[in-house]
Design a protein around this ligand. Structure first.
Ligand code: BJW
Length: 228
């Protein structure tokens, strides 16, 4: 059975209208990473962090999946009934555009924008409207909700499953990620030891030499072309 692992980053959602992080005009040119994407930033000013994520939640409500998301959902279907073992879509994105396009076997290694996490009891309730310091956790009633996302210095999610899938895969495809943030930036090197590796990105990344096959251009063009 052929096994494939796809890694996606912010670039795949760019043409849906969501900003990337490190491109010109991207999120890190609008806000300071240290303020909104670290546990220390949240401790210092939780209201600022809540505002940042509430704003992105509203943006997400106004965008739709693009042709690249749809092509990956199609690819998953082509892998057939046993696709739980054969196909894994690992996304660094916290948006839900892969799911809305029809992808099922998706893991969000940096968490999910539309979930909150309770610091008191650990539940991850769905976000329903704005989150503020006054929003109580539905399970325990404590006002201890934070965004269910992975900040710098925190452990990404589902790492065991991801590592196993990369070790077992025949093909590894990286799409729309700058390969600057670890551990995701190390996946291509791990896969290149045994699998066919593919980079689909707007421009070559610092990992470009690790790939057997490359295609550069907007994801809405390169991904459907790769899939069909
Ligand atoms: C297009 C396109 C189009 C544009 N079509 N393409 C020193 C050395 C090594 C590591 C470290 C170090 N110091 C610290 C670290 C660790 C740190 C890290 O990697 N830092 C680096 C910056 C150096 N990592 C961590 O802290 C992580 N945790 C960790 O390492 O735990 C310990 C551990 C140990 C061992 C095993 C496992 C773990 C946690 C990282 C958390 C990252 N969180 C964020 C925010 C998530 C929530 C949110 O969204 O607010 O995740 S930061 C941000 O960056 C977000 C993204 O998922 C992530 C990656 O960004 P991405 O997706 O690559 O976006 P961009 O903008 O960088 O790139 C977009 C690309 O798309 C570009 O290439 C464009 O060209 C392309 N593109 N338009 C196709 N139309």
């Amino acid at each position: 059975m052929e096994r494939i692992v796809i890694l996606t980053g912010a670039g795949i959602s760019r043409e849906s209208g969501l900003d990337t992080f490190r491109d010109e005009g991207g999120i890190w040119s609008q806000v300071r990473l240290e303020d909104v994407c670290t546990p220390e930033g949240f401790e210092r000013n939780p209201a600022m962090v809540d505002d940042f994520y509430n704003h992105r939640r509203l943006e997400l409500k106004n965008v739709t999946p693009n042709a690249a998301h749809s092509a990956l959902a199609e690819l998953e279907k082509a892998y057939g009934e046993n696709r739980d073992d054969a196909f894994l879509l690992v996304t660094q994105n916290i948006d839900d555009l892969h799911e809305r396009a029809g992808s099922r076997n998706v893991v969000h290694m940096h968490g999910e924008l539309l979930r909150l996490r309770c610091l008191a009891c650990g539940v991850t309730p769905a976000w329903e409207g704005a989150c503020t310091r006054e929003t109580p956790c539905p399970e325990c009633g404590q006002k201890t909700l934070r965004p269910d996302v992975v900040w710098f210095g925190e452990m990404p999610l589902h790492m065991e499953r991801i590592m196993q899938a990369i070790d077992a895969c025949d093909t590894f495809v990286a799409i729309g990620t700058s390969a600057t943030v670890y551990p995701a930036a190390g996946f291509a090197g791990q896969a290149a030891q045994h699998a066919h590796t593919v980079e689909l990105n707007l421009v070559p990344t610092g990992n470009a030499q690790l790939f057997d096959e490359v295609s550069y251009g907007p994801a809405t063009q390169t991904v459907p072309r790769f899939v069909r």
